[in-house]
Write a protein of this length. Structure first.
Length: 140
C-alpha cells in the first residue's frame, strides 16, 4: 500500500516537472508583447519557443534555422551575456490592425534591429525575413 502511494507521489512529481512553462504559455494578443516575448526567448536561447512565433513560410524558416545554428555555435560566455541582456524598445509602430514593426536593441550588443509582426488567424507572428531583407512579400 505504501509502495503504491510513494509510486503515485513520484509519478505526480514527474508529471508536474515534465509540464514546464512552455505547456502553459499563451502567446500575447498584443503585438508589442508578442514581439517582446519572441525577442526574450531568442536572447535566452530558447529557440524552440522563439520559433513558435515565426510566420510559417520557407524563407522565414530557413532564416530562423540559420540564426539558431549561429546562436548554438556561439561561445557560452556570449550566450550568458544575451541571457542577461535587457530589451530596449526604440520604436513601436502599429501600421494597421494586422501589421506592426518593432525597432529594438539589447543591452549586450546595442545594435538596432527590427522585427515585423503580422496578425494571421488571430495570432501575432514574426515575419522574420523582414528583419534581414525588408521584404514584405509572404510565400504561399
Amino acid at each position: 500500500m505504501i509502495k503504491k502511494i510513494v509510486a503515485g507521489l513520484f509519478c505526480s512529481i514527474a508529471l508536474f516537472i515534465g509540464c514546464g512553462e512552455g505547456d502553459n504559455y499563451k502567446k500575447p494578443d498584443d503585438p508589442l508583447e508578442a514581439g517582446r516575448d519572441f525577442i526574450r526567448f531568442a536572447l535566452d536561447g530558447n529557440m524552440q519557443q522563439a520559433k513558435t512565433f515565426i510566420l510559417n513560410d520557407g524563407t522565414n524558416n530557413r532564416l530562423f534555422d540559420k540564426i539558431s545554428k549561429k546562436y548554438d555555435a556561439a561561445p557560452q560566455a556570449e550566450k550568458e551575456a544575451y541571457k542577461h541582456a535587457s530589451i530596449r524598445i526604440i520604436r513601436f509602430q502599429k501600421i494597421d490592425d494586422s501589421t506592426a514593426i518593432i525597432n529594438y536593441s539589447n543591452s549586450f550588443k546595442k545594435e538596432d534591429n527590427e522585427i515585423k509582426l503580422l496578425k494571421t488567424g488571430g495570432e501575432w507572428w514574426v515575419d522574420f525575413k523582414y528583419t534581414f531583407t525588408g521584404d514584405t512579400a509572404t510565400e504561399k
